[in-house]
Design a protein around this ligand. Sequence first.
Ligand code: ADP
Ligand code: ZN
Length: 683
Amino acid sequence: MQEENNNKNGSENNNEPKKKNKNIFFVYGAILVGILLLQFVPFKAGTQEIGWETLNNLIQNGYVTKIDVINRDYAEIYVKETNLEEAKKLAKTDAELEVKGPQFKYVISSPEGFDQKLEQAQSNLANSEKIYTKNIKRKDIWGEAIGWLLPILLLVFLWFFMFRRVGGGAGGSNIFSMGKSRAKLFEGSKIKITFDNVAGLYEAKQEIVEIVDFLKSPDKYTKLGGKIPKGVLLVGPPGTGKTLLAKAVAGEAEVPFFSMSGSDFVEMFVGVGASRVRDLFAQAKAKAPCIIFIDEIDAVGRSRSKKASFSSNDERENTLNQLLTEMDGFDTNTGVILLAATNRADILDSALLRAGRFDRQIMLDLPDLKEREEIFKVHTTGLTISKDLNLNLLSKQTPGFSGADIANVCNEAALIAARKGKEMITHEDFHDAIDKVIGGLEKRSKVIKPEEKKRIAFHEAGHATVSWMLEHAQPLIKVTIVPRGRSLGAAWYLPEERQLTTRQQFYDELCATLGGRAAEEIMLKNVSSGALNDLERVTKQAYSMIVYFGMSDKLPNVSYYDSSGQEYAFTKPYSEKTAEIIDSEVQEIINVQYKRAKQIILDNLEKFEKLSQRLHEKEVIFTEDVEDFLGKRVFNSDAQDVIDGVKKFRDENLKKEQEEIIKEQKQAEDLKKESEKKDKPKF
Ligand code: ADP
Ligand code: ZN
């Protein structure tokens, strides 16, 4: 009971039940150990086990008054009180013996044999003096109890363990709190995030300001009979700041904020999800006005399947139904506002999006150039950065980055600078951080065989050469053959910020991606497994061109894309024959582009070879190295000022490095001269 109370208070007290649980287990363990110990405690205090020799002696001396045979297993021997001391001497024992008896125990190996032996031992005695054994059946309570108690205890233990695992996680929940919501509660006054922390996202902020206003002064709206949306759906790719925005709303309005992920509702036990929803809303109503934030709502909100197929997940549907019921059940004016986040609004159940539920949708896109710059600004305040840091250039260098990626870059840059023991974070550190976020950490220690290194150089130079010659391939920034993350080499491109991709652009990109393997085949006459990543990308892209974008000559203008994500779960929407055409078309596209890539390399073979040589020597090359051999890229590119900007910083660094090298050389020479001077007298 107490545990339930504890959980009601929200997340702060979550440690308490956990501790208690441990105690319960400790008690169970102690009982078990106790029972086991009892088993091994000697049969009865004050009883000595003796052999036949001793028993025979005792009988011959006439000390024994009574022998009880217990369960035909052992005999309890009673000795006359007056003979106790002598008996002890006979048994060669110093132990205190029970006065009333039994004082000795004799283990019987065969009951019949024992009777005979006893008979023999007393054969010289008169019948009236003989001792006769009495057979006694005695129940060993503990022994029997343990026989059935142990399995039960084991079962109980397993059961608890299972429930704990299932219900486990951060909430420290146990079976008693399975149905409790596992929402984290943030008190409004403690949330330090405001709209100032959210960069960009102007439209989203504008829409959401109204909600803050309502939470702050609901009377203003209710007086006029206006209705505020109950639910707002934030839609956008991961890391675009959905959680951040929701928190900012709570921070601005200074109201409590319940945060939970959609997957927290889903459990393998029937009814748990629905009960958690109920509990969440009950908690929220008690704290109104407040905000409930459900991240990844698609985990529960996925549209319910129309056909009752075996794929339908009843438990999830129950949970969703409960959510819908709760949303209908509360009056807008209770002051509870539901914010939910998803990156796929299209797969949500339409009932969720109906008026009176999540009737407002706010789109959060990946940030554009200007927004990225602002996000950089937000995340570099508080860092010690050098004055010449060019945020604009950084934002140009990071197309396709989400807000979370940028936050990551800023943090990485700080760590990199700290590792180098710098006073402040410079642009170079940000470069390294961007490279790392894109390609993983450099692994200079990875051992690479010379011939492998050569192959990698050919491969990467192949990418560089082919992409340089293609109009629509992405402009190259940097190529390296230093292993990074899990790949052995990498090339950095600057993706164009475009919303649409044309057929020709697809072709050029496929061709550039195949350039690595093409170069390997031309130079080494065989291919390697190093192109796995490239081939995977190429295959997926070629497939999507045909099946989704209708860009194939044999299957023009058809798309088997399913935006609802469930139409074609078990059946393909096309015939076997079409499937064959798709396969052959995929192969065809790839073949053509592979040939094209090879041709481009062959046409520029000499330049390509020089480029791969330079790459092999320097391990890292930049745009200008490629320009040295292949000439200026003829295609106009917006990327030029990024390339120039990056180059400028690199040149400055290079100058600094060279100056340092010269300085070091000079120092070394001076040292040498000095030591030569010292050495001279010796010769
Ligand atoms: P989502 O919920 O959309 O997956 P989050 O809100 O959790 O993404 O964002 C993760 C992190 O990325 C945030 O904590 C924040 O540091 C950073 N971030 C994302 N978008 C922005 C933004 N627009 N302005 C500032 N920081 C952002
Ligand atoms: Zn490659």
